[in-house]
Design a protein around this ligand. Structure first.
Ligand code: HEC
Length: 624
């Protein structure tokens, strides 16, 4: 991630939140938008004493100046303080002070959004719903994470895909990114959002059955388990709070914090199997590192196993076995800590047959590098004991202070994490299971599930910080379909030999040989300020079709035979949504689209790394 792209992120946020203010005031004409004087005074005092030292123009690299913060929505500023990048800086503030400073900085009142009554529908769930064959749960749609849906589950074919039409759209208020992947259960979709609401939406109409409020952003997919009587949804928020919610009532059953480090987070999705919830642990020290006085870095990636009935911790696995120590001095004379990092950004994959859980890990944040960064690990499902560890890239020490700020480690690694969940798939020709996983290095790896030995490796991209495979691949046991991002920001201008090669790649599962590839089409004229030709989101596979979005906001259906585009839709536009909020489409990144029973659900909007913000879930329906 370059600094240029972070600037773009903030700038885009600024533009988009300007628009939002007028949207909300139009929608709620009776709401008084003046901020009480005492709130402004408290906000000013808080700002001057706590924030101004960094946020005054030119004081701290990367800290957006007051003028830029003023363009944000007060909700986004409050979210930065309570659940985002500024949690640590705001740790000493009361809720009242946080709300006051958010309103003071933006000069906009914090108001809660009222959805019109027509946005709701009674929540009811039938036995049919619970047993529906097209139901879908978790990151890859199944425990093995294959991203594959059969014909009966999909209800869409290569013959009728061109008749897909937009059926409804739903807008997440104030949101600039849509990252939570819906679970499907009969007539319902369950999904989370940037400001922590979890919705049950009628999948035919987009109307709301219930809303549950979590404490922080939900970035991952919703998983669920049914014991025949009760159906429970499981998910984790950005701050590692993990929740069990009764799907029939929308009410909390238990909540448990899954990590102890103050900057640990959850960016992936939980996996649920046999009454245990597996929570992947990453950390935001990678961002805090930008602050020169931050004591970098002491966190380790991990997995926490929780009892699905009670939320009690069963075991915790640390990716870095050693505790961090002082390891020397930084350029500015203060102490460096390590080893650190190796976050589990993605989701765990369950291997019920071998009793193993597979995870992919990211870079070390500081030296010394460990042999567990940029690695795949197999962990015992019951005990949390490490069974094997296979490292793809050694010595990858990197954080967002790189290349120039004091917290940047030396030497600087390439930042080639594993972001996606490893996929366990049965190879029917050789009659064996294979673990396939793509890396930000641009390489797809196939491993032996028992021991992590390499079967084959195929390079499909240049790779780098925003290159290679980010969110996923999908496979039907015949071919492996991989989305290669190779975003232009990953391009090293000094390297003239290897260009980026973004696109969808089909590889032979047995050998890793490339069968076809399809680059994103050239950029058409349109409303986009710039063209980002990149396939970063995870794909979904059904017989005959790979569904994949791109950073330009297009969702496409590619033929599995040769990669030809069978259908596409440009999601970058405004939407009149079923919940009465202005909707805006943007970049498609993160989770794969969900296909169920003749419908396709697509998230649009991803404000990060210079991508286009947006706030909609779009539902398409095929004319059968
Ligand atoms: C020690 C320096 C420091 C202090 C103190 C500080 N900030 Fe920040 N702030 C930063 C930096 C650096 C960034 C940019 C982080 C990034 O983009 O990764 C930032 C980013 C932000 C953002 C944008 C967050 C986002 O998600 O893009 C907001 C809003 C913000 N700060 C508000 C505040 C408020 C309000 C206070 C006081 C309560 C505060 N900050 C105190 C350094 C600081």
């Amino acid at each position: 991630m370059s600094k240029l792209s972070i600037f773009l992120v903030l700038f885009i946020l600024f533009l988009s939140s300007c628009q939002k203010k007028s949207d909300t005031s139009n929608l709620n004409p009776e709401v008084d938008l003046t901020i009480p004087d005492e709130v402004l005074k408290l906000g000013e005092k808080t700002y001057t004493t706590v924030c101004a030292a960094c946020h005054t123009e030119g004081n701290v690299t990367m800290a957006p100046a007051h003028g830029l913060l003023a363009g944000m929505s007060p909700h986004a500023v409050l979210a930065a303080l309570t659940m985002g990048k500024m949690q640590e800086q705001a740790a000493s503030l009361s809720q009242e002070e946080k709300e006051a400073v958010a309103q003071y900085i933006t000069n906009k009142k914090l108001i809660s959004i009222q959805f019109p009554e027509s946005a709701f529908t009674p929540f009811e769930i039938s036995t049919e719903d619970i047993l529906a064959g097209f139901n879908h749960s978790g990151w890859g749609g199944n425990l093995e994470g294959t991203g594959y849906r059969n014909l009966e589950q999909a209800g869409i074919t290569a013959e009728n895909v061109s008749t897909l039409e937009l059926e409804w759209s739903f807008a997440f208020p104030f949101a600039t990114q849509v990252r939570s992947k819906p679970a499907v259960i009969g007539k319902w979709l369950i999904l989370g959002s940037q400001f922590g609401e979890v919705y049950a939406l009628d999948r035919h109409t987009g109307k709301i059955g219930w809303v549950f409020q979590a404490d922080a952003a939900i970035r991952g997919a919703i998983s669920y388990e049914s014991n025949g009587e009760e159906i429970t949804a499981f998910f984790a928020d950005y701050a590692t709070n993990t929740y069990a919610v009764n799907i029939q009532t929308g009410k909390l059953i238990w909540k448990q914090r899954a990590a102890q480090h103050p900057l640990s987070g959850v960016t992936g999705s939980v996996a649920v199997y046999d009454d245990i919830v597996y929570v992947p642990i990453s950390s935001f020290e990678v961002i805090s590192s930008q602050n020169p006085i931050f004591e970098c870095c002491t966190s380790s990636g991990g997995v926490t196993a929780l009892n699905a009935r009670t939320g009690e911790v069963i075991w915790m696995h640390r990716v870095i076995a050693e505790d961090p120590k002082v390891t020397g001095k930084k350029k500015n004379g203060t102490s460096f800590y390590g080893p650190s990092g190796a976050p589990v950004w993605g989701s765990p994959t369950v291997d019920a047959k071998r009793g193993l859980l597979y995870i992919g890990t990211g870079e070390n944040y500081t030296a010394p590098a460990t042999n567990t960064s940029d690695a795949i690990q197999a962990i015992d499902l019951k005990t949390g004991k490490l069974v094997w560890n296979w490292q793809a890239t050694k010595n990858d020490t990197w954080n967002l202070a790189c290349p120039d700020d004091p917290n940047c480690p030396d030497p600087i690694g390439p930042d080639v994490d594993f972001g996606m969940a490893p996929i366990l798939v049965y190879d029917s020709i050789n009659q064996r299971d294979i673990l396939v996983v793509g890396q930000k290095s641009g390489v797809v790896h196939a491993l032996v599930p028992e021991n992590g030995q390499v079967l084959w490796q195929t390079r499909i991209g240049k790779g780098g910080a925003l290159g290679g495979i980010h969110w996923g691949m999908a496979t039907d046991g015949n071919l492996v379909y991989a989305a290669n991002s190779d975003n232009v920001y990953a391009l090293d201008p000094a390297d003239s030999t290897l260009g980026p090669t973004p696109g969808i790649y089909a590889l032979n599962l047995q050998t890793g040989e490339q069968v076809w590839k399809m680059a994103p089409p050239p950029c058409a004229d349109g409303p986009r300020k710039e063209c980002q030709q990149s396939n970063s989101a995870a794909p979904t596979l059904i017989p005959g079709i790979v569904f994949e979005g791109d950073l330009n906001g297009f969702i496409r259906a590619y033929s599995t035979t040769d990669g030809q585009v069978l259908w596409e839709f440009d999601t970058v536009r405004e939407y009149e949504t079923v919940n009465g909020q202005k909707g805006q489409g943007g970049s498609i990144d993160g989770p794969a689209p969900v296909v169920a029973d003749g419908m396709l659900y697509v998230n649009s909007g991803y404000e990060m790394f210079g991508e286009m913000p947006g706030n909609v879930l779009l539902a398409f329906k095929v004319k059968k």
